[in-house]
Design a protein around this ligand. Structure first.
Ligand SMILES: Nc1ncnc2c1ncn2[C@@H]1O[C@H](COP(=O)(O)OP(=O)(O)O)[C@@H](O)[C@H]1O
Ligand SMILES: [Mg+2]
Length: 165
């Protein structure tokens, strides 16, 4: 009976934790924790569940220069591409880079997974979604991949960001 009680307590803690993570994933609050912290916390959540190493490097960018909406859009892109990596790539390592270079905000997400034949056009909802978020800021999306050579998503957006299509 005692053991059962401990298990029940533990189960409800886990359920509460999952609820909390789901809520956070559904609408992370850029106002309270910001883009950079949100990315770190997403990575923390993922690496506790999946056997992959994920690094996040940022350079000369502070989230103060980005609106909350822009931060959320960038977060959604990172979230979608990390999902793709976990779903399609079999990668053991992924690197996220966010930096400003020559008046452009760059977001690069690459992995060491199985890659994809770049001659076969595969644009699912995920990639299209990423592209339209980027187009909203007059930016460009590029994918570099070969079978067996990993997958790299490159995004460049004019910086400071201007909204609107
Ligand atoms: N990191 C990756 N490694 C290998 N293939 C990928 C990766 N990311 C995306 N892809 C390929 O691109 C396709 C399109 O991705 P996406 O538009 O997100 O659609 P979905 O994830 O629903 O299949 C995927 O089906 C997959 O074949
Ligand atoms: Mg996808």
């Amino acid at each position: 009976m005692e053991v059962l009680n401990i298990i029940l307590q533990w189960a409800s803690t886990v359920i509460e934790k999952i609820r909390q993570i789901s809520r956070e994933l559904a609408s992370p609050n850029m106002h309270t924790i910001g883009l950079l912290e949100s990315i770190h916390s997403l990575i923390e959540d993922l690496i506790t569940v999946y056997p992959i190493k994920i690094e996040f490097h940022k350079k000369n960018i502070t989230e103060k220069t980005l609106t909350e909406k822009a931060q959320l859009n960038i977060f959604r892109i990172v979230q979608e591409q990390l999902n793709n990596i976990l779903k399609h790539s079999k990668a053991t390592y992924a690197l996220i880079e966010l930096f400003v270079h020559r008046k452009r905000l760059h977001l690069k997400i690459k992995d060491n997974g199985v890659g994809h034949d770049s001659l076969i056009p595969t644009k699912g909802v995920g990639i299209r979604n990423i592209e339209s978020r980027v187009e909203f800021y007059h930016g460009a999306t590029e994918v570099i991949t070969t079978i067996g050579e990993g997958y790299e998503l490159n995004i460049a957006i004019p910086y400071p960001l201007i909204e609107g299509v």
